[in-house]
Structure formats: structure tokens, C-alpha cells
Design a protein around this ligand. Structure first.
Ligand SMILES: O=C(O)CCC(=O)C(=O)O
Ligand SMILES: [Fe+2]
Length: 343
């Protein structure tokens, strides 16, 4: 397709010469168990019965602590907002590659369009996907009228995802005994990011273990992910990779590095990845990253005097810079462990 990025040409040196001659790896090696994540019905938060509400809060806290990942239904984001996000997302990715890859295609931030991994030196560093990664500030600043309907869809999705993320963050913070205004002060609506992902069909998927997105943790407080029904998202749980079964009614929520640090390790920022397991179907997802302003200080809450902080204090700016530097120097983001007091 002329809208697919030129993966095969660009990564020729890493890919086998011909697909048919590739020795088939044992396919069973790629098969991982499919899990249903904890599914939380958020309508219970509005329940007139205090017990039901408390139980729902406890389920959120438990899922963030034990899994770092969960799904929510009755989440309050209207279906038409999600549908129009999907429609516009598909439309922008189905433009010719040449158009998408112009440096400032959306008239927002330059280079918000990304694909593959220019630094990959072996196949397991390659992400077989393309993405628009854009801050909410830059969405609001998009001036190109050609993308007006995309801008409106992103704005609406970001606004609703913000409301959801803020409520979940508040619940999780309250459980830690954190100052109730922390997120209000540090996470205004415009400091977050949106990432629209497209995973093109991958012709090598039945022969080789290929990633749509290489294993990573998210560098935010929490992420709200809207995925289609194709599947491919996996997370590392109890020492092995497990596949997340897509649920059309639900959104995926995952804890990011900043909440792990803020909670002093109580909430878990779990490694996850997307496998490029489909040679025929493309896959789409939209991720909303709930982030603070750059000056926000992330201070491990150490539950009174009894527990010692595990991470040193840092600002979000410092975190982003360190990640950028580590990715440049080592190809890996390293992440939170750099900020361990025992590092
Ligand atoms: O596509 C997905 O399901 C997950 C995307 C993701 O992990 C990300 O964009 O950080
Ligand atoms: Fe992620």
C-alpha cells in the first residue's frame, strides 16, 4: 500500500531475504496465554450505596498495585467520541506515506509522525508501526484546515480522557494519603500527550517474532488506551508475557513510571509491548498519556515515617531529558531505575 511506511526497504539488512525461505521458528514459541484484565465498572463510583462505591475504589487500587493494568467499562467517554477518533485516525494514516512523513504534516509540532526505529540494529529493536505523537497544546495549535476534523476528534477524545484520567488519579492518590490538590496543581489538561498508533500488517508475522511496539513502560502517571478488536497488546505479568484480550466495551488503563515513583513503588508501571502477529489485518490504537507540567516535582510518598522513599525527587523535565539522553546513548530508555536512591 502506498500508505505503509517502507519497512522492507529500510530494514532490508535486518530482515530475511525472502519470506518463504525463512525457516519457520516454532510458532508455538510466540503463543502466549490470553488474559482478561481486571474489569472495573466505573458506574459504581456514582452508586448511592457507599459499600458499592468503596468496593469499586478498592478494585482500582488493587488492580493498580497488583497488575498495573486494568480495563474500565462505563467509563464516561461517549461512544461517538471514540468512533470519530477511530474514523479520523484511519483517515490520516491512510494518506500516502510521502504526505504523512513531511516534517510538519499536521502544522503542529515538527516530527510528530514517527515510524519504525531509525536506531534498530537487530529485529527485536524494530517497532513495526507508525504513530502520530502530539501534545494536547499542539493539538489545540493545529492550524491546517485540511485536518480540522482530525483536530476536533483529537480534542474531544483528549478532553474526555483527561476527565477519566484525573478521576482515577485522584482515587489512587487519595488511597496513598497524598495532598488532594496534587493533580489539580500539576496536571492541567494541556500537559498531556496523545499517541495515535497504526500497526500495518506484517508479512513476517507467522515466521518471526516481530514487534508492533517494542517492550516499554509509559513515562506518564497513567495511560488510557482505546484499541480495536485485532489484538496484539501484551504485558509482562509474574515473569511471563500475557496477551490482553480486546474488549469492545472497555478502555485499557495502565499505570506509568511517574505514578510508580509517586507511590513509592506501590502502583506498578508494567512493561508492555505489541506483537505484530497479523499478516493481513492492520491494527489501530489511541493512547492518552496523563502527564504533568515539566516543572512538576515527583516525590515518592513514603507513607509517614515508617517507609523510606525508594526514589529521589525529580522533575518531569529532568525525567524526559534523562530518557532522551539514555535512548540516544544506549538505545534504551533505562527509566525509573536511574532515579532509585540506591542507584
Ligand atoms: O497499541 C496498544 O495497545 C498500546 C500502545 C502503547 O503501549 C503506547 O502507545 O505506549
Ligand atoms: Fe505504552
Amino acid at each position: 500500500m502506498d500508505f505503509d511506511p517502507p519497512f522492507q526497504e529500510t530494514y532490508k539488512a535486518l530482515l530475511p531475504n525472502s519470506i518463504s525461505s525463512t525457516t519457520t521458528n516454532d510458532n508455538k514459541l510466540f503463543v502466549v496465554e490470553e488474559y482478561e484484565l481486571p474489569l472495573i465498572d466505573l458506574s459504581h463510583l456514582m452508586s448511592p450505596h457507599q459499600k458499592e462505591k468503596e468496593m469499586c475504589i478498592q478494585n482500582i487500587v488493587d488492580a493498580a498495585s497488583n497488575w498495573g493494568f486494568f480495563e474500565v467499562e462505563n467509563h464516561g467517554i461517549p461512544e461517538e467520541v471514540l468512533k470519530s477518533m477511530s474514523y479520523e485516525q484511519k483517515k490520516v494514516f491512510h494518506q500516502p506515506f510521502q504526505d504523512k512523513s513531511q516534517t510538519n504534516v499536521l502544522n503542529s509540532s515538527p516530527n510528530c509522525y514517527r515510524w519504525g526505529n531509525p536506531k534498530a540494529t537487530c529485529l527485536n529493536q524494530l517497532s513495526w508501526s507508525e504513530a502520530f505523537h502530539i501534545s494536547v497544546t499542539d493539538i489545540l495549535g493545529m492550524t491546517n484546515n485540511e485536518y480540522k476534523s482530525l483536530r476536533l476528534a483529537m480534542e474531544k477524545f483528549a478532553k474526555r480522557a483527561f476527565g477519566l484520567a484525573k478521576n482515577l488519579a485522584h482515587i489512587l492518590a487519595e488511597n496513598l494519603g497524598l495532598k488532594s490538590t496534587y493533580f489539580q496543581e500539576n496536571c492541567p489538561p494541556n500537559s498531556s500527550y496523545l499517541r495515535l498508533n497504526r500497526y500495518p500488517p506484517c508479512p513476517y508475522s507467522s515466521k518471526l517474532q516481530m514487534f508492533g511496539l517494542v517492550p516499554h513502560t509509559d513515562s506518564d502517571f497513567l495511560s488510557v488506551v482505546y484499541q480495536d478488536q485485532v489484538g496484539g497488546l501484551q504485558l509482562f505479568k509474574d515473569g511471563r508475557w500475557v496477551a490482553v484480550k480486546p474488549n469492545p466495551e472497555a478502555l485499557v488503563i495502565n499505570i506509568g513510571d511517574l505514578f510508580q515513583a509517586l507511590s513509592n513503588g506501590v502502583y506498578k508501571s508494567i512493561r508492555h509491548r505489541v506483537v505484530a502477529s497479523n499478516s493481513e489485518k492492520e491494527r489501530f490504537s489511541a493512547a492518552y498519556f496523563y502527564c504533568p507540567i515539566s516543572d512538576a516535582i515527583i516525590e515518592s510518598c513514603s507513607h509517614g515515617q515508617s517507609t523510606v522513599a525508594v526514589y529521589r525527587n525529580f522533575t518531569f523535565r529532568e525525567y524526559k531529558r534523562q530518557i532522551q539522553k539514555d535512548v540516544q546513548d544506549t538505545g534504551d530508555k533505562v527509566g525509573l531505575q536511574r532515579f532509585l536512591l540506591s542507584y
